[in-house]
Design a protein around this ligand. Structure first.
Ligand SMILES: *Cc1c(COP(=O)(O)O)cnc(C)c1O
Length: 385
């Protein structure tokens, strides 16, 4: 058999390889602490699990779901957007249920990218923005993103010949992996830029509710004219600790939402209705599970930031996301530091270089392990330095 040329242009998913190394050490009997993948350690809040049990048994949940998402879920998500951001969205035309936001982000390219087209992707980014384009025979143009521009990807410098064939610009703040947040003026400029060049602006807002020190992350859709050019992605995975359930939604510009809906209706058959109904319970239930968890992440963040700085890995305390982005000491690369942490401390970190060219020289430390494990990982890292 012969696989596609497109397939050859994408790398194996980074965490597949990292998890393989982790499992190898575990198999050899080592006590490995994984601070790699961003998957909340605590279980899904009880009230969501309990509700789900009843929905599974309900025959109305056992048939094919709607391609666009359960109407009641779309209404609940639209109401959540109103409560959370003060936005009015039409749940019938401007909002779509997703099998987790990764699925929607990956499939969006099918609706916009033809072979040879460009997508604009920050030079440190969630890999799905790029791989979705490569699988379509498209190309990714990397927007410089580094400490000196405050990790606000620089789209002003894109050459004219790239702009002519650019179809989507991806941004994501609060940012995975850097923890950076964006000021409203940055969003305004991005909207202006995308309107000017007829580009879809895609904002991935998976971390809007994981924030600290009183910071409250906005939606890009709150900005004037955003709906004329933008689509925004939200996920129930991180705030409600539902990563395994696969539920998210996108909303915003009707043409973009409907284009993605057309793609998806030809590929998948929607999200299990029981999961969508549990999602309604999550969005409408008590939200203190998020507040409590953020307090815990904040404590872990402070432990890690303090330790990292004390052993020569410079880092700032992020205002949002559950990641610490730390600069490795001059003698190391991203990969060689991860190797050292893994072999000497049995701590799994993620190399910054895996997120793109500007990530080299950094590691991402995920705070989604139990607090005592974070403390233990910090102790071991300190010892091995
Ligand atoms: C976790 C994450 C997502 C959400 O993933 P789901 O598919 O909804 O679980 C999206 N974008 C980024 C940047 C993430 O880190």
């Amino acid at each position: 058999m012969r696989t596609s040329d497109c397939l050859k242009t994408i790398k194996p998913y980074m965490f597949v390889e990292i998890n393989r190394k982790r499992d190898e050490l575990i198999a050899r009997g080592h006590d490995v602490i994984s601070l790699s993948v961003g998957d909340p350690d605590a279980s899904t809040p009880e009230y969501i699990v309990e509700a789900m049990k009843a929905f599974v048994a309900d025959p109305s949940c056992q048939h094919y779901p709607s391609y666009y998402g359960l109407p009641e879920f779309r209404v609940a998500a639209a109401k959540w957007m109103t409560r959370r951001f003060g936005l009015e969205l039409d749940p019938d035309t401007e909002l779509l249920t997703l099998n987790g936001s990764k699925e929607g982000l990956a499939h969006l390219h099918n609706a916009f990218v033809d072979p040879g087209d460009y997508v604009l992707v920050p030079s440190i980014a969630y890999s799905v923005y790029e791989s979705g384009a490569l699988l379509r025979g498209g190309k990714a143009y990397r927007l410089p993103m580094n400490e000196s521009n405050g990790y606000l990807a620089d789209f002003e410098s894109v050459p004219a010949e790239v702009l002519k064939r650019a179809k989507i610009m991806f941004l994501s703040y609060p940012n995975n992996p850097t923890g950076a947040v964006a000021p409203p003026v940055y969003f305004d400029r991005a909207i202006e830029f995308c309107l000017e060049h007829d580009i879809l602006l895609c904002h991935d807002n998976a971390y809007c509710d994981i924030s600290f020190d009183g910071y409250r992350a906005p939606a890009l859709l709150e900005r004037p004219h955003a709906k004329d050019c933008a689509i925004e992605f939200f996920s129930l995975s991180k705030p409600y600790r539902m990563t395994g359930w696969r539920l998210g939604f996108c909303c915003g510009n009707e043409e973009a939402v409907q284009a993605l809906a057309k793609v998806k209706s030809n590929i998948d058959s929607g999200v299990f209705n029981a999961v969508q109904r549990a999602g309604i319970v999550a969005l409408e239930g008590p939200q203190d599970c998020i507040v409590d968890m953020c307090c815990e992440y904040q404590y872990r963040r402070d432990v890690m930031v303090e330790t990292m700085n004390s052993i020569g890995l410079e880092c700032k305390a992020p205002k949002a996301t559950f990641y610490v982005w730390a600069k490795v000491p001059p003698a190391y690369t991203s990969a060689s530091f991860c190797e050292k942490a893994l072999n000497s401390a049995h701590v799994v970190l993620t190399p910054g270089s895996g997120y793109g060219p500007d990530g080299e020289g950094f590691v991402r430390i995920s705070l989604t392990s139990p607090t005592e494990r974070i403390v233990e990982a910090a102790r071991r890292l300190k010892e091995c330095m």
